[in-house]
Design a binder for this molecule. Sequence first.
Ligand code: HSE
Length: 450
Amino acid sequence: MTYKIGLLGLGTVGTGVANILLDPEGRNPLLHEIEIKQVGVRSLTKPRSIKSLGDRDLPEDYCTDDLMSIVTDPDIDIVVEVIGGIEPARSLVLKAIAHGKHIVTANKALLARHGDEIFTAAKSTGVYVMLEASVAGGIPIVQALKQALGANRITSLTGIINGTTNYILTRMHEAGESFESILADAQKLGYAEADPTADIDGFDAADKIAILASLAFGDRIKLDRIYREGIRNITGTDIKAATELGFVIKLLAIARRPEISPESSESQELDIRVHPTLIPKHHPLASINGVTNAVTVSGDPIGEVVFSGPGAGSGATASAVVADILSVVAALKTSQQNHQDHPKINQLMGCSHQHYASVQSIDKTINQFYVRFITRNQPGVIGDLGTCFGKHLVSLESVLQKPSLESSSENLAEVVIVTQRVIEGNFQAALAEITKLPSLYNIPTVIRIL
Ligand code: HSE
C-alpha cells in the first residue's frame, strides 16, 4: 500500500518537496511507500524544472489548477500546503481537514492567525496538522519542542528566525553599507521580497515566535499581543557604536516566562516580543550570520540548547515538510497494523491547546537599554538626562559623550547611555520627559540589550 500526497503549490518549497519524494533512494525507506498523487498549481502553462526528473517538468497529468479537487479527493491521505498566504490556503486546509486529510504546512502566517480554527477542526476530525516547516526552515525546532525537549519546563526561547533581516544586519556590520542599499541588493538576490514589510518590520518573526511560544508554553498566543519592532531605523552609526561597545545588533524574537516570586498573586504572563537587540559578541547568537537562523531554548533541567541552520530555501524547508510527511505516514501505518479505521492521534505529534496565554504588555517587561541622544553641547546636559532617568527609577550603567557627526553646522554632542535592567514603562516615561528638555536635539536610537 502507498500513501498518497496532494501537493498544493509548486513554487520554491513545493519543487523541493517534489524533488525529495521523487528521489527516495538513500533516504528513509518509508519514502518508497509515499507517492505524489496530484499537484495543485496556479498556472498549468508555467514551466517548472524538477531536479530529480533531470530538470524536466512534472508529467502533465500530475498537475491541476483545481485545488479544491485535491483536498476533496478520497484517494489522498495527506495534503501538503505550500502555497503560503491566508487565502485560498485557509479554505483549502479547512476543506481538506473536513474531508479527513492530514495536513503538512509551511504556512506560518496562516497558523499564527487562524491556528485556533484549524487545530479545533483537526481535533474534531482526528487528523494531524504538522508544521515543522513553518518556523526556521530546516531546523527541527518544532519537533524538538513537541517531543525531544518534552521533559523540560521551558523558561525561554530566543531566536534569529528571519533570514532576510539577519542578512541585512550582517552586511551592515561587515561592510558598513546602508540599510537601503543592502535591502535593494537582497531584493536582487531573492533574499528579500519586492514588498519587504513582513520581514523588515518583524511581522514574519512575530508569526514564528507565536507558533514556537505556543508549543513551548502550551497555550495559544494572540498575535496582536506580541510587541513588534523591525530594523528600518538601524543606521550605520548604531552598528559602529554597537561594535565599539562589544555588541552586535540582531533582530531577536524572544518568548519567556518571567520569574515571579512564589508569593506573587499575579497570573503568570508570558513575555513575547520581536525587536532589534544588542547582543554581546561572544553570545552564541552573535555569530549567526547571513540568512542562517538559530534558536536557543532554555529549560529545566536541560539548561540551554542551541539550534542553528538554514531557515529558508527550497531544500531546507522541503526537508522539514518531508520529515512531517514521514511522521504522519509512520503513525498511519501503526494504526493500520492495529486495524484501526480511524487512527488514534499520537499526542506528541498533535496540538491540543485550548486556552490563550496572557502576554505581558511591553511596559511591564524588564530590559536594559542602549540610547543615543543628540544634544546641544552645553553644561548641565548630562546632569539633566541623569535627573530625568533618576526621577523615574532608571539606574544608569554608563554614560559616554562624543562629538556629534549628525550636523557640522551646530554645536551638538552625542551622548550614549546604557541603563541597568529596568522596568520598560519607567524607562519610556523618562524618555518622554527627556524629549521635552530644551537641550535635547533628538533621540536617533533606542535599542534593548539582551
Ligand atoms: N522570509 C523568511 C525569512 C523566510 O526571511 O526568514 C521564510 O520564512
